[in-house]
Design a protein around this ligand. Structure first.
Ligand code: SF4
Ligand code: SF4
Length: 481
């Protein structure tokens, strides 16, 4: 690891102030004690987990790129359409009015993350999070390729030729440009994005600015911010202590096997040996040098650990070299690492699937009961909610907001359903009418009912919306004296 000279080692009058202000221990793995950034250049450990993660990472990148282009039911497989305010999700379409189904969908996603974390720990962070995937398998390989490394995968040499550094930043810009477009395709759609890209920026100045800003944001993240996103910006790591328990799978150091740690000594035949009474950890520091968040796994489970498995690969390599069994650092539960072999009932593993099942069932029910036409009744704005006519009828002005969420709808006809004798419906629009897919229209109408039909100031009637050969019943509460 290399970085700027810590302040306390520098000469000058500020050294005294620093000693007064410096915290006793390191606050964050990426901060020097004087508050300056500690730049991390983790050494690459290309062991078996890294190879598996590489397959997983490039497959995921292919999925990230392809998903906005894959169509299910005539729509993108995943599109959070911020312009038209719709969400397309594997054949399902959600509108802003689908509050209940969206709430159950979010709840199901949230519970799935909680359940996956309780079982597999931070498997998402280490294996699938786009931040890890792109940083470790796109940006760092570019950096190593251009700037070279000292040893195998360590920090670059002190002096990196300008042309090499320039090539690195150029490739970073290209990668950020591609990534920004992939990212934006999830919010504006692949077709619209293609149109923006192929036409002059003067035709689409705002999208051009958005694309440029997103590219700069990606560049900033992967060039400068990097692991800081996981350490200080992402809330998931902070929830770790409540989401994990002693039975969750973590990347952990086997203290019972590794301690007391110590250096190798020369044996009788001049070969290095682990002295009697010493643990298997030879304090080589390989697990620390390889860590992309700059921590020492031997200090126990830490919030900064993204479970990337690099320390497992690094330590396994050392164990192979000193002829000791692999797995001094390994995937295991804290309980296993502490030597407990007895399985225990984990209440959360019963509770979380139950809650997830309930949330998914509620979500499925709302989808099943979803009508192809969203109808919302709005009261006309005005000083009084009702008006008494000369004939003694109580008149309510109603607005009918219709959103067609399926194929073209029509001919549509609105009529009166259940209502007391003498009730009149007065429409302020032409019938029949039609709605294109996802078209929204608001229709005004007047309903006048006999005063004697109202009880405690209200009267419940129904309207009928006939769509082709189907009829939708719309409950409507009238207000009266
Ligand atoms: S890599 Fe293994 S042996 Fe080396 S310091 Fe880390 S835990 Fe100890
Ligand atoms: S401690 Fe190990 S698993 Fe955790 S972030 Fe560092 S290298 Fe990755």
């Amino acid at each position: 690891m290399s970085g700027p000279t810590p302040l306390h080692e520098r000469q000058g009058p500020s050294a005294f102030d620093w000693e007064l202000l410096a915290p006793e221990e390191r606050v964050l793995s990426t901060l020097e004690r004087d508050g300056s950034r500690r730049w991390l250049y983790p050494r690459l450990s290309a062991g078996r987990f890294w190879q598996r993660r590489r397959v997983c990472a490039y497959s995921l990148i292919a999925v990230f790129v392809a998903l906005p282009h894959i169509r299910v039911g005539g729509h993108p497989a995943l599109l959070i359409d911020v312009i038209d305010r719709r969400l397309y999700l594997f054949g399902l379409t959600f509108l802003p009015t689908d509050t209940l189904s969206l709430a159950f969908l979010m709840l199901s996603a949230f519970l799935s993350i909680i359940l996956a974390t309780a079982i597999f720990g931070r498997v998402w962070c280490g294996w699938a999070c786009p931040q890890t995937v792109y940083l470790e398998y796109v940006y760092r390989p570019i950096e190593r390729l251009c700037e070279g490394t000292r040893g195998r995968g360590g920090p670059p040499g002190r002096k990196v030729a300008f042309v090499r550094r320039f090539a690195k930043y150029l490739l970073f810009v290209v990668a950020s440009f591609g990534l920004a477009h992939t990212f934006l395709a999830y919010f504006v759609g692949a077709e619209r994005l293609a149109l923006w890209v192929t036409q002059s920026p003067f035709h689409h100045p705002i999208p051009f600015v958005v694309m440029a800003a997103t590219t700069i944001l990606m560049l900033f993240d992967f060039t400068f911010f990097r692991e800081q996103l996981c350490l200080i910006a992402c809330p998931y790591g902070r929830f770790q202590s409540v989401l994990l328990d002693r039975g969750s799978l973590i990347v952990g150091y086997d203290t019972r096997r590794g301690e007391p740690r110590g250096k190798l000594r020369k044996g009788e035949k001049g070969l290095p040996i682990i002295p009697a009474g010493q643990g298997d950890c030879i304090d080589c520091g390989a697990c620390v040098r390889t860590c992309p968040t700059g921590i020492d796994i031997r200090d126990g489970l830490q919030m900064e650990c993204v479970h990337c498995t690099q320390c497992i690969d690094a330590c396994d390599e050392i164990m192979d070299r000193i002829d000791r069994p692999r797995g001094l650092i390994r995937y295991a539960s804290q309980r296993r690492l502490d030597g407990e072999s007895k399985r225990r009932l984990r209440l959360r593993l019963a509770l979380y699937p139950l809650l997830l099942g309930l949330a998914l069932s509620a979500f499925a029910t709302t989808i099943y009961r979803q009508s192809p036409m969203n109808v919302t009744l709005l009261r006309a704005t005005g000083a009084s909610p009702f008006f008494v006519t000369e004939e003694g009828l109580v008149q309510n002005a109603i607005r009918l907001k219709l959103v067609n969420r399926a194929k073209p709808a029509g001919p549509l006809i609105v009529s009166l359903g259940d209502a007391p004798d003498g009730t009149q419906l007065d429409l302020a629009f032409e019938q029949p009418f039609a709605l294109e897919p996802f078209e929204s229209q608001t229709k005004s109408l007047l309903i006048a009912a006999p005063r004697t039909a109202f009880r405690a100031g209200v009267l419940d009637v129904t309207l009928l919306l006939a769509n082709d050969n189907k009829t939708q019943v719309i409950p409507c509460r009238l207000l009266g004296p």
